[in-house]
Design a protein around this ligand. Sequence first.
Ligand code: NDP
Ligand code: 8X3
Length: 256
Amino acid sequence: MKLSGKIACITGASAGIGKACAESFAAAGCNLILLARRLDRVEELGEILRDKYGIKYYAGKLDVRNRDEVERFFKNLPKDFNEIDILINNAGLAKGMGPLYENEIEDWEIMIDTNVKGLLYVSRAVVPGMVERDRGHIINIGSIAGRGTYPGGSVYTATKHAVNAITNSLRKDLTNTEIRVSTIDPAFTETEFSIVRFDGDKERARKVYEGFQPLLAEDIAETILFVATRPPHVTISDVVIYPTAQSDFHLVNRKN
Ligand code: NDP
Ligand code: 8X3
């Protein structure tokens, strides 16, 4: 399927996987809605991609946790951008890695509000238009954390299990439409994810990816682009991606 002239909306486009998706989709000729809390970053990215690939972009400051803000944002999209073809629900994060009985409860709220409720708010705002037009593709970024559990991951894994359940239920809700629903579930991918998880502790974050080749944001973006460009009769429902050196959460072939 050709993406040229279509509109992709990417949440969490200011860093990591979302940013890499913006580049891949722009290279394929897609116009972009780029969203994040850090507006300066998505504005700058949009300008670079417009100049490099000749695409159109609309950058927006959006905190997906804020229901009113999400509803208002999507209601007021400029005419050229209000028929979204591809929604990449990517904004997400982990906070902390301690045992549940020691966790900061505020960290739970942030993860649940962003990874689950934020994804729901954005989907609720965008999917009705897709249903009206009977076309579209929702691509949710889950995680291997949505397919298992690990110590210190209780709430993060719960949110990604929720993403998996939402993805599969939504696909069923849309059975009688031409709309596709997919989830991409990466393992260790070196982005700002661990820096955020460990509250800005770059040294601790670096150690997560030490001694092996983790996935790059570009590896995930290429896969998402592949999923989005299958012929209309093909839905790739799930993709699970590991670095070759990793076979489970903590089973990593480190060379150090
Ligand atoms: P990054 O930290 O590099 O990027 C996260 C993005 O999410 C940023 O653009 C950030 O933008 C955005 N974001 C966070 N909170 C909000 C919010 N409340 N509202 C809007 N945007 C928000 O991490 P990744 O690229 O790695 O993460 C992207 C997705 O991939 C997440 O859903 C994550 O759970 C998932 N994932 C990551 C893996 C990894 O190992 N890195 C593996 C599996 C899944 P800003 O701060 O500007 O708002
Ligand atoms: C991010 C991957 O293993 O840190 O979703 O949970 S992991």
